[in-house]
Every structure is written in C-alpha cells, then in structure tokens.
Design a protein around this ligand. Structure first.
Ligand SMILES: [Zn+2]
Length: 72
C-alpha cells in the first residue's frame, strides 16, 4: 500500500518524465523538419483573396493569378 507522500512523489516523477519526454520529442521534430518561415496558404485561403474583375471578360479572378482570358 502506497502512502500519500510516496504517491505524490510518484506523480511528480511521472509528470517530470512526461514533460521531459515532450520537450525532447519537440526538439527532435524541430531538428528533423524545420518549419518553413512562409507556409503556403491552404486551398481554402483562395476564397479570402482579393478578387479583381477582368476588364475583358468580366470574370472575377484572384488578384495576381495568371488568368487566361478567353473572352477578348
Ligand atoms: Zn478575362
């Protein structure tokens, strides 16, 4: 039967080991795959992009996109 102080000590040790393991895993992940400074925007982000109306065909296209105009 574990006494309360021993149980607390066990919890503290387990928590410290778990915390240390997480920090260690994070260091491994950072070393293995460094996060890019500029992550490419997800596909859903194109909805929030500024839309400009093509003066030729009137189609709303994302600003800066290579719009192949066919309505000239
Ligand atoms: Zn166009």
């Amino acid at each position: 039967m574990l006494s309360l102080p021993k149980l607390l000590l066990l919890l503290i040790v387990a928590g410290a080991a778990w915390y240390g393991w997480r920090v260690w895993q994070r260091k491994l992940n950072v070393a293995a795959a460094p996060a890019p400074r500029q992550a490419p925007p997800p596909a859903s982000a194109t909805v929030a992009q500024d839309l400009v109306k093509c003066p030729k065909c009137g189609t709303y296209v994302a600003a800066g996109s290579a719009h192949q105009c066919t309505g000239a």
